[in-house]
Design a protein around this ligand. Structure first.
Ligand code: GLC
Length: 456
């Protein structure tokens, strides 16, 4: 009898120790990774090069983009009524996955919850979810299943910031509200990380501490934009470290971007204007919209040209980055046919030319007026987006070119000497979007130092 009591007490003690540990995620924070382990975790993402971003939520109904609530100062209760109208009768996650696949993308990222606070997943402790709204549906569940079944990698976007909480705008004056927002963030992250299987990417937005009060400070009865070098110094903390420790435990392989003050797996560049320079040191991704407009559905927004979109993908790859292209589905759940068509066209281009994008790294010829280069093994792909007046002169590399051909098999002449590699493609054999030349070297190119290409 005594031993039974002792064993039971021990078991209880042990159980409480285990649950205590579970409550304190920091207690089980994993050991830091080596650079090689990090590269291994990134391998699929590096190879993928291209993903599709999906911004979808209540904001699709007014059709003025995902910032409509803020931009048009719609009162929270007013905006919340959209949940009664949100009945996406044509929503079909399998159709989304098929469209993304035909685009040649290898991963997708869906806004599980944007700044308006409306969750597209089941959070039993919130009233503001698609499960409780008219739709009565967990869209994240369907999406994750369909994307995975299509052989694509699964990403979720999540915004810790939520406009419904005054604590976001004034984290110090409205501390309770800020803390409630934090509780929601921690809880919803746990739900997302637990209930939807393996997540390949968690794409944070609006989680930077310096984004609190939209980068301003409320001091001396004045709301002042903080200068860049001055950080938020108030008393509220997102306690991102707890989310991070839990994330690493529940989804050890997942990749996260750098928008929530956590150790990032990749950096984020946003918008056509943010393409930036070559960087093979820090993994990065450029995200842009397929339309000249917002991320969320905007019926009147003009679709960008195929040339522009393919060239963005090529320019990102040549700078050693990924490209995440956004579509904003309509309120009924479908992707606008014109946008889907553009995605298919990108896929057609990739089916012909994907060998020069997927699995490549940027360089060794640095981006310039001519275009960019990518490489894999002994092969360099030179992407000419704009021809110089004469032949294209590439600087000499400490390696020998064995063969040069046009990827599409067209006519070309080339020579190599001390000054470098000279390439000529007759006008008729050039491609209006991207003329791709394949240069085969006598050795792997990866170890060679990237070189600049003279302009014009
Ligand atoms: C911005 C916007 C947001 C969009 C995101 C995409 O941070 O706040 O609306 O989701 O960029 O990168």
């Amino acid at each position: 009898m005594r031993s039974v009591i002792v064993t039971t007490t021990l078991a209880l003690l042990l159980a409480s120790a285990v649950s205590l540990e579970a409550q304190d995620p920091a207690a089980s924070a994993p050991a830091p990774e080596t650079a090689a382990q990090h590269e291994a975790r990134l391998a699929w993402w590096r190879e993928a090069r291209f993903g599709v971003f999906i911004h979808w939520g209540l904001y699709a109904i007014p059709g003025h983009g995902e910032w409509v609530q803020w931009n048009e100062q719609i009162p929270v209760e007013e905006y919340a009524k959209l949940a009664d109208e949100f009945k996406p009768t044509q929503f079909d996650a399998v159709a989304w996955a098929a469209t993304i696949k035909t685009a040649g993308a290898k991963y997708a990222v869906l806004t599980a919850r944007h700044h308006d606070g409306f969750a597209l997943f089941d959070d039993p402790q919130s009233e503001f979810t698609s499960v409780k709204a008219a739709a009565h549906h967990d869209f994240v569940a369907d999406y994750t299943k369909a994307i995975r079944a299509a052989g694509l990698r699964v990403g979720l976007y999540y915004s810790p910031l939520d406009w419904r909480f005054p604590g976001y705008i004034m984290p110090d004056l409205q501390r309770k509200s800020a803390e409630a927002m934090r509780t929601q963030y921690h809880r919803q992250m746990e739900q997302l990380m637990t209930n939807y299987g393996k997540l390949d990417v968690i794409w944070f937005d609006g989680g930077e501490t310096d984004w609190l009060n939209f980068g301003a400070d409320w001091k001396g009865a004045e709301w002042k934009k903080r200068p860049r070098e001055q950080h938020y110094s108030g008393g509220f903390s997102w306690e991102h470290n707890k989310v991070y420790a839990q994330l690493r435990r529940l989804q050890p392989q997942t990749l996260i971007n750098g928008r929530a003050d956590m150790p990032e797996d990749f950096r984020s560049r946003e918008g056509d204007g943010a393409l930036g320079g070559f960087d093979a040191e820090h993994p990065w991704e450029l995200c842009t919209t397929i339309v000249k407009g917002a991320w969320g559905w905007q019926p009147d927004a003009e679709i960008k040209s195929l040339t522009h979109l393919v060239q963005m993908l090529v320019k990102a790859a040549g700078r050693d980055g990924n490209y995440l292209l956004n579509v904003g589905p309509r309120p009924d759940g479908t992707i606008d046919p014109a946008q889907a068509q553009r995605l298919r066209e990108i896929g057609d281009w990739l089916r012909k030319n994907g060998g020069s994008i997927y699995g490549t790294r940027g360089g060794p010829f640095l981006p310039g007026d001519y275009g960019v280069s990518t490489h894999q093994g002994n092969t360099v792909y030179v992407h000419v987006l704009q021809w110089p007046a004469g032949p294209l002169m590439l600087p000499a590399l400490p390696a020998k070119v064995l063969r040069v051909s046009l990827l599409d098999g067209g006519e070309l002449s080339w020579s190599q000497g001390e000054r470098g590699i000279e390439l000529t493609v007759p006008a008729a054999a050039r491609d209006a979007i991207d003329t791709i030349m394949k240069l085969e070297f006598d050795q792997p190119v990866t170890a060679l130092k990237p070189v600049a290409v003279a302009g014009k």
